[in-house]
Each structure stands twice: as C-alpha cells, then as structure tokens.
Design a protein around this ligand. Structure first.
Ligand SMILES: Cc1cc2nc3c(=O)[nH]c(=O)nc-3n(C[C@H](O)[C@H](O)[C@H](O)COP(=O)(O)O)c2cc1C
Length: 180
C-alpha cells in the first residue's frame, strides 16, 4: 500500500444515503442536502453535521424540528441543486419540483416525491463539532416506488448508487435478537 493524503481519508468511509433535511422557519419551508449522517445505536436517533453557514441551521436551532427525506438515484440532480443553492435566495420546493406535504408532529414538511420521510425533533446540538442529534418520531416509506436505489456520496463530487442487497441475518443473529 502507498500512503494517501490524510485529508482524503474521509472518502474511504462511505456514509449512509445522502438525505434531504426540510425545515420551516415560521416564514417558509426549506430543504438542504446532507451527506454527513450517522445512526445512533438501534434507536430512532440520528446525527447530522451542519452549522450556521447554512440558512437551514437557524430553523433547526430555533424550532428544533425537521424532516429527514430520503431521495433516490433519479433525483440526483435535484439533490445537487438543493445542496448548491440556499433558501436565503430561492424557494427550493418550487425551484426543484418537490411537493411539501404536511407532517403529523412537526411544522417541517415531508417531501412527497421521496422514498421515505422521518419526522424528527432536534434533541441536542454539539456546537464544538457542529453535530446535531435528531430523534425520529414518525416515519413513512413509499413501498410502491419502483426505484428504491439510494445515493451515497464519496465526498469528492462522485456518488455510489445502491446496488445488490445480500443477507447475513443468520450469522448476525446474536447481535440482532430482540432488536430487529
Ligand atoms: C451532495 C451534497 C452533500 C452535502 N452534505 C452536507 C452536509 O453533510 N452538511 C452540510 O452542512 N452541508 C452539506 N451540503 C451543503 C448544503 O446542502 C448547502 O450548503 C445548502 O446550500 C444549504 O442550504 P440552505 O442554505 O438553504 O440551508 C451538501 C451538499 C451536497 C451537494
């Protein structure tokens, strides 16, 4: 093996799917793209990394709620557009052709066209590392969607599209019993 740039090491750890985070700041709905995510244990808790440089941050901090929407492969250009523009300047729902749907427990909207949506409360903000901890309180999945392939960011402008699904459920039984 050859040495590689330590600053590129993050590209070796491909995270979960790229997600869209919707918020409502009391004035309007907004969407941002997030690839830095983490599942927290076998719980409905999730960590995302973001900060005050984004318009969405103020709504997350003040209203303490959001929706995590999961886009699929054919929505890649909308995902990039949403992640390279700001709700400060445009209405992203209108601009990128997504439909806001009323959520049950939060003012942030679901995205109708996405594969799944999770209504979340912000339960902690770890300022030192710009980590926000979310707790999911309701989840929706559109099983009638033909394409369920999610998008995975490498971190250098390239993406891996979800492929083959394999099972090792039996071998992992001791870890999963009573949980899944
Ligand atoms: C593929 C992709 C992944 C991104 N991941 C993150 C992320 O994990 N955290 C973050 O703060 N910004 C991330 N961004 C950038 C934000 O989505 C971007 O700054 C956006 O303009 C914020 O929108 P807002 O100003 O309307 O909140 C990502 C952008 C793209 C295109």
């Amino acid at each position: 093996m050859k040495m590689m740039d330590i600053n590129k090491a993050f590209t070796l750890i491909e995270p979960g799917p790229v997600v869209l985070i919707t918020t409502n700041d009391g004035v309007k709905n907004n969407i941002m793209t997030i690839s830095w995510t983490m599942v927290v244990d076998f719980t409905p808790k999730f960590a995302i990394t973001t900060g005050a440089w984004n318009y969405s941050y103020k709504a997350l901090k003040e209203f303490k709620e959001c929706v995590i929407a999961i886009p699929t492969a054919e929505q890649i250009d909308q995902v990039i557009g949403i992640g390279t523009s700001s709700g400060r300047d445009i209405n992203k729902f209108e601009n990128f052709g997504f439909t806001p749907e009323k959520a049950k427990n939060v003012n942030a909207p679901l995205i109708k066209e996405c594969l799944a949506n999770i209504e979340c409360k912000v339960i902690d903000i770890i300022k030192k590392h710009d980590i926000i901890i979310l707790e999911g309180i309701a989840a929706y999945f559109n099983s009638s969607r033909k394409n369920k392939q999610t998008i995975h960011a490498v971190g250098d402008g390239t993406f891996v599209i979800d492929g083959r699904k394999i099972s090792r459920k039996k071998a992992m039984q001791s870890k999963l019993e009573g949980i899944i």
